[in-house]
Design a protein around this ligand. Structure first.
Ligand SMILES: C[S@@+](CC[C@H](N)C(=O)[O-])C[C@H]1O[C@@H](n2cnc3c(N)ncnc32)[C@H](O)[C@@H]1O
Length: 220
């Protein structure tokens, strides 16, 4: 093989390798799109918010809390359920989320919504002021050593006999949100709430991606 032929041969090899890489990347692309499509399925499809709200069984005039409210997905549904005579404390450690909820509440004239910045392990609410508290997709974001302190603070804020609703991702391989390692096993969710002084009272099994548990603060 002459020097020129060798060079040509090397060039052809490089071009073939490049082509293979492009083809491989192209083959990977549809998979990425599928998982993106799964993740962007509208939340209403898997969250079933009307059914969840029905199971919270709230009444007008009640005082409730949405701990880790985010942009208020449940806050405004809670506000509708308790009405203008009720109160919704929307707590989050993230200032921007709190501002988002405050702005929407102000825009919509929902004076029953009180959004505020909470501490990572404390609700900062008055003891015994809540009929119910909700925490949806929050606990897996809380460092392990802060989970029981935060839940204890929620228990303290509940009235005796008050309910705590806990929703979080199922620890299963195909849940298209967050990593498997981040997720908390159902047994651990129950253990944390029990360590915080609450009793498991009911479990709702219809949600595709989330464990949905109801705890009760023991009556005095
Ligand atoms: C995935 S979002 C869920 C938001 C909302 N609950 C929902 O269902 O759409 C998690 C939220 O929990 C908040 N968060 C994380 N740790 C928290 C803590 N220790 N106390 C209060 N909020 C917390 C985050 O700032 C974030 O807004």
């Amino acid at each position: 093989m002459t020097w020129c032929n060798k060079r040509l041969f090397k060039l052809m090899l490089s071009a073939t390798a490049l082509l293979c890489m492009v083809l491989l990347l192209g083959a990977a692309e549809p998979k990425k799109k599928t998982s993106q499509r799964r993740q962007s399925a509208p939340r209403e499809e898997w969250q079933q918010p009307e059914r969840v709200m029905h199971d919270l069984n709230l009444r007008p005039g009640q005082t409730v809390a949405d701990i880790g409210c985010g942009s208020g997905y449940f806050t405004f549904r809670l506000a509708e359920a308790v009405g203008a005579t009720g109160k919704v404390f929307a707590a989050d450690i993230d200032r921007k989320s709190v501002r988002t909820v405050q702005d929407r509440a102000a825009r919509e004239g929902l004076t029953q919504v009180h959004a505020y910045v909470s501490s990572p392990t404390r609700t900062l609410l008055e003891a015994g002021c809540l009929d119910a508290a909700l925490m949806c997709d929050v606990l897996h974001h809380v460092p392990e050593d802060q989970r029981v302190p935060l839940l204890t603070s929620i228990a303290e804020a509940l009235k005796p006999g008050g309910f705590f609703f806990l929703l979080d991702w199922k620890k299963e391989p195909d849940i298209p949100f967050d990593s498997y390692d981040q997720k908390i096993a159902r047994e651990d969710l129950i253990r944390y709430a029990k360590q915080a002084g609450m009793e498991l009272d009911a479990e709702f099994l219809y949600l595709k991606y989330q464990v949905f548990l109801r705890f009760r603060k023991p009556a005095r």
